[in-house]
Every structure is written in C-alpha cells, then in structure tokens.
Design a protein around this ligand. Structure first.
Ligand SMILES: [Zn+2]
Length: 367
C-alpha cells in the first residue's frame, strides 16, 4: 500500500481494499447485536427444493455445483428482502451426507464453491458473511469412532469457512447437546470468529440428553458461544415458550429462527404435523404447504421476539423471501423489497384509490 503508482487498476485495488476494511468495521456481529436486531435468512434447502433444484429426502444442496447461479440469486433475493447476513449454503455439505448420496469426492469443491458464492454476494451487498456447520446425524455419545468422525466433520468445515474469511460461524439444528458443544469447540479451536449455536427441538421439550433447551443453551454460553438459541423444527407458536425460558436463562445474545409453519401444542414440530385433508398423513417434507404461516404471523413473531430482547432473528426451512421481508418490516425496517409490499388501496375491487371505478367497488360484497 506504499506504492505511489496511480494506474487505474492500482486505484481500483486501493478502493476495493479501503471498502473491504470499512465493510469489516461495519460488519461486527456482536456490535450489531448490541445496537439492535440482526436478521439472518435461512431455509435455503427448502426454498431450492420448491424451485426444483434440490431433492427432498437427502436434502444435500448439490445445486451448488450444478446451478451456482440459482444459489447466488437466492442469496440476493434474501438480502433484497432484508437479510443482514449471507450465510454460506454449507448445510449438509459434510462428508456424512455426501457419503449417503455417493458424492464424497465433491466434499472440498462443494464447500469451497458454497463459500465463494456467499462471499461474492456478501461483498456485493455489504452483508455479513456467515459460515455454517450442522447436525451430522452420526453423533452417538457412546460410540468413540463416531465422535471422532463428528470432530473431523466440524474441524474441516470450520477450516474452510475460516479460510474464506467469514465474519462468524453458525452451528445449527442440533438435537444433541453434546454435538452442539463439539461444534462450538471446533469453531473456537479452528477459527477466530464468534459462534452462533442453535438447537432444533423436536416434540419433547428437551435435547436428546434430556436437558431442557434453556439448560443446553446455558452450557453453550458457559463454553463460549456468542449467541445461543433455537432454529428449525418448531414454528413460531411452539418455539416462543421455549425462547422465553432461554432468554431468562442466559446473559448472551439469543437466536430465534423458527420454521414458518403452524405447529401446535399437539404437533409442536413440523415433522409431527399431519394433514387432515390427506388421511392424516405426515406432511413433512413436501406436503407442508397448507400449514405455511402468513406474513402477518411472521410479523407478529418478529415483533414479540424482539420485544423479549431476542436480537438474532431469522426464519428456517420453508422460508421464502416474503417471510424475511415480513420479519424485517416487523422491526420497522424498509428493505428494498418493501417497495413491493402489498397496497390494497390500488386493488381492482377492494381499492380505496379514487381512480378505482365504482362499477367494481359496489360489486365487492359478491366476491
Ligand atoms: Zn431448518
């Protein structure tokens, strides 16, 4: 940077470097959480499945290599809708999931590509760049070999995220407390960035060791997590009571990223929902459409969570950009997508706009 060369290319490089350091200063997760909410869109896997680029079942985002432009566009859509974060789509891009679909050889390219796509969008949009690690599905506290494999999975994925220069790392969707603690340990050991660690709670209000979610979060806080909380599996209605207990139990920042589905006290997780219109068949994963939360419900969730002092907010599997926009608007924000938020005053029949002809408005009651 001591060079006095003033070629356009050097000037551009200088500007890029200054922009990058300004962005880094602006992009401190904890400072942002201290000032207010941080919105993190998730749920990429479900949205890509709906768009026809990912297979339900294995839920491995092979789309990263097959259609990277689709992943990049989805990141852009979520930022447009109000996400403060571009989270790399490395969920389920670990060696265990790739083993299940027979693509172990793509482990490194798939992780690197996902991080590169997210980094491009984060730099373009000035959003935080998050790495992501998740449930391995092989964690077994009584199996030493399995535990070693879990540690290996976390170590390598944290390593790739750190190499990519992420601002922080999300470790998510754990139903074992011990697995979440191992994930946190790897983030602490192999990176220098904050950890956001979240549990996914099934029907029982406990993690698989039998700890309450509040107790599990306390253990994570004690072990050094910057943000603790819940993601996935539960909708706003059945996640909220647990969040209240977690908020009271810990001093650190709390994360809340429910699925946008109408879960109930009897069927508190989206995997337990059954559809009475289809012979009470299990709705998960591709029959969940009748249970999708409205924007108003997501708005209410955001408002209530933030009022409780929960500052790390997002929506998990099932979220579309319209949900993220509703969440942003619940915090009084006006993301770019809000330009197109509904305005029924212009509607052909329900509109109140002076230009709407009476021939239409008088017909309202018959609609
Ligand atoms: Zn999810």
């Amino acid at each position: 940077m001591t060079s006095t060369v003033t070629t356009p290319a050097a000037a551009r490089r200088g500007a890029v470097a200054r922009g990058a350091s300004r962005a880094r200063g602006k992009q401190d997760l904890l400072a942002r959480l201290g000032r207010g909410a941080v919105l993190c869109a998730e749920g990429y896997v479900f949205e890509l499945e709906r768009r026809g680029y990912l297979q339900a079942g294995a839920f491995v985002p092979e789309v990263i290599l097959e259609h990277p432009e689709v992943v990049e566009q989805l990141h852009m859509d979520f930022v447009h809708a109000g996400s403060d974060v571009t989270q790399a789509l490395t969920y389920y891009v670990h060696r265990e999931k790739l083993r299940v679909i027979g693509r172990e050889k793509d482990l490194v390219p798939m992780n690197r590509a996902a991080l590169k796509i997210a980094k491009t969008v984060a730099r373009k949009t000035g959003t935080l760049l998050a790495g992501d690690i998740c449930n391995t599905n092989i964690y077994d506290p009584s199996d030493r070999k399995a535990l070693q494999e879990v540690e290996r999975i976390f170590a390598e994925q944290v390593g790739w995220a750190a190499e990519a220069g992420v601002d922080y790392i999300v470790a998510e969707t754990f139903s074992w407390g011990g697995e979440a603690l191992l994930a946190l340990e790897a983030i602490t050991k192999y990176s220098k960035v904050p950890a956001v660690v979240t549990f996914a709670v099934h029907r029982e209000e406990k993690v698989r060791e039998g700890w309450t979610p509040a107790d599990a979060c306390k253990r994570l806080e004690a072990a050094g997590a910057a943000v603790v909380g819940l993601n996935c599996h539960r909708g706003p209605q059945t996640m909220m009571p647990l969040l209240k207990r977690i908020r009271k139990a810990v001093k650190c920042h709390v994360a809340a990223l429910p699925v946008p589905y109408r879960t109930t006290p009897k069927q508190p997780s989206f995997m337990s929902l059954t559809d009475p219109c289809c012979g009470n068949a299990r709705a998960f994963p591709v029959g969940l459409d009748p249970f999708v939360c409205t924007r108003a419900e997501i708005h209410e969730f955001g408002r209530e969570a933030y009022a409780l002092g929960i500052h790390y907010l997002g929506i998990c599997c099932g979220a579309g950009p319209h949900h993220i926009r509703a969440l942003a608007e619940s915090l009084g924000r006006h993301p770019a997508a809000s330009k197109y938020s509904a305005d029924m005053s212009r509607h052909a029949f329900f509109g109140t706009n002076k230009r709407i002809r009476r021939i239409q408005t008088v017909y309202r009651a018959k609609l």
